[in-house]
Ligand binder design. Structure first.
Ligand code: SAH
Length: 461
């Protein structure tokens, strides 16, 4: 280790920055954020400095006497000789000095940081590879939710009380691990600190009575249309936290593989000739697993609340007072249309867009055809393949021109994506339709004609 990492308390302390350009501005901002009283020595300074609180400016060239009384100094000028002078004079006075981008002249370096105050993670390669550090920082940035700030502040409020009630240090550690991994943390993340607080109080009480506490909860997570890159950070975080995963046909294999390695995986989808759980059974299973104290991930294709029956699942959880959260996902209409090169709205072609289900009930489709056949509107049909012929015929019957562009997309956003285009009159008769593999999405409206112009920029083209 070439440097000793330390965190310095500069609150209310005098720090000196030499130089008045943009590099100096960045370092000054950092010091100000940490509560330092900053003085800038430079004949001129950038206008941007006016936005910083509590700084003072000495409009002179640097001279050694400027260093008197300062806790530390940062040199950020573009004059090598000045930087060297600052370094030499600071060292003589035992004042810690940093010269930006010149480790040889420094007695301390300023790490790259990831700020989730009060949690701060500092990174440094000791000047060896700043780019590598930036990449690493970027990776961690996506893994540490911003809400960890709130979580750390929340736990600070209860540290003393927990220490009084749970005196055994090993038990206390496990207690906090349960808090940070369980539903209390999730409540804090979603901004409901009142609920988090009463849950924590209850946990402290049962812990001091020596009882086991159940921490079961359910995550109803939208996994998007198939491409794992379309997952949200929140979805990924909860996927890696779950003990049990309930998934169905719409969840792609690469996404399923991103769930925690040792999590139990239960298939609850429908397959031809295979008896799987009806919806009631899924609802009950979610409840049972959560009551066993498990963290249950219900992974859904697309968005859980768009033709996903997510509402029914959480109703049952609410009845049993089980903690749950719902994470929206990119719905098929949005993800699939984009990857197919079809914008859902466009100034010239569509000012509105409707999502409907084309699911056949007793061989008919119960849809508001007048509303659907309006001009300048895009219609996205989920679960519509079986009823495609009926759908197109009804739309023509209710006034949409036969040549209204229409497309059907197979397994959108995945490597198996296929797009067949036509219009209301020609699409149902296209022989290729018979070869399509589920899931498929139908898009109808003028916007489909834009595909020719736009498809070149689409991933996979
Ligand atoms: N909750 C899901 C939809 C569930 S209904 C969502 O928000 O996307 C299932 C239907 O979604 C399928 O029949 C199909 O019409 C559509 N769908 C889902 N993923 C798809 C994909 N990758 N490509 C094409 N259609 C898809």
């Amino acid at each position: 280790m070439n440097y000793l990492p330390i965190f310095l308390d500069v609150k209310g302390k005098k720090c000196l920055v030499v130089g008045g350009g943009d590099v100096s501005f960045r370092k000054t901002s950092l010091l100000v954020q940490a509560g330092a009283l900053v003085t800038i020595v430079s004949p001129e300074i950038d206008a941007a400095f006016a936005s910083l609180q509590g700084i003072s400016h000495i409009p002179e060239r640097f001279k050694p006497s400027h260093l008197d009384g300062f806790l530390l100094v940062i040199a950020a000028t573009d004059e090598e000789a000045t930087n060297e002078l600052v370094s030499k004079e600071a060292k003589l006075r035992n004042i810690p000095v940093n010269v930006v981008d010149n480790p040889g002249l420094c007695t301390f370096i300023v790490p790259s940081i990831l700020d989730r105050s009060p949690i701060v993670v500092a990174f440094s390669s000791g000047g060896a590879s700043p780019v590598l550090i930036r990449m690493l920082r970027g990776k961690l940035e996506t893994m540490i939710p911003h809400a960890y700030s709130q979580l750390a502040a929340f736990s600070a409020r209860f540290r003393a009380s927990v220490k009084t009630h749970i005196t055994n240090p090993a038990k206390r550690r496990i207690f906090w691990e349960n808090v940070f991994e369980g539903p209390i943390a999730e409540k804090v993340f979603s901004g409901d600190e009142t609920a988090a607080e009463s849950m924590l109080q209850a946990m402290i009480e049962s812990e001091s009575r020596g009882e086991q506490t159940s921490t079961g909860e359910v995550f109803l997570v939208g996994a998007g249309p198939g491409d794992p890159d379309l997952l949200t950070f929140k979805a990924l975080r909860l996927m890696q936290k779950a003990d049990v995963v309930l998934y169905d046909n719409l969840v792609s294999k690469p996404i399923l593989e991103m769930t925690r390695r040792d999590a139990e995986r239960i298939f609850v989808g429908k397959m031809r000739g295979n008896h799987t759980l009806p919806q009631e059974g899924i609802n009950d299973l979610l409840v049972r697993l959560a009551l066993e104290g498990k963290r249950v991930l219900r992974l859904k294709g697309g968005d859980p609340f768009i033709f996903g029956r997510g509402g029914e699942e959480i109703e049952k959880l609410a009845e049993h007072k089980i903690n749950f959260q719902v994470v929206p996902g990119i719905t098929a209409a949005s993800g699939v249309s984009t990857y197919a090169g079809i914008p859902l709205t466009h100034r010239d072609y569509a000012q509105s867009c409707v999502f409907v289900t084309g699911h056949l009930k007793d061989n008919s489709m119960d849809l508001d055809w007048e509303m659907l056949a309006r001009p300048k509107q895009t219609i996205v049909v989920y679960m519509g393949l079986q009823g495609l012929e009926m759908l197109c015929a009804q739309l023509i019957k209710h006034g949409l021109p036969e040549n209204t562009p229409a497309a059907i997309v197979q397994q959108g956003t995945t490597p198996q994506q296929r797009v067949i285009c036509g219009n209301l009159a020609t699409l149902p008769g296209n022989p290729e339709i018979k070869t399509l593999q589920a899931p498929t999405l139908i898009i109808i409206g003028g916007v489909v004609s834009l595909r020719k112009k736009l498809a070149w920029f689409i991933p996979g083209h």
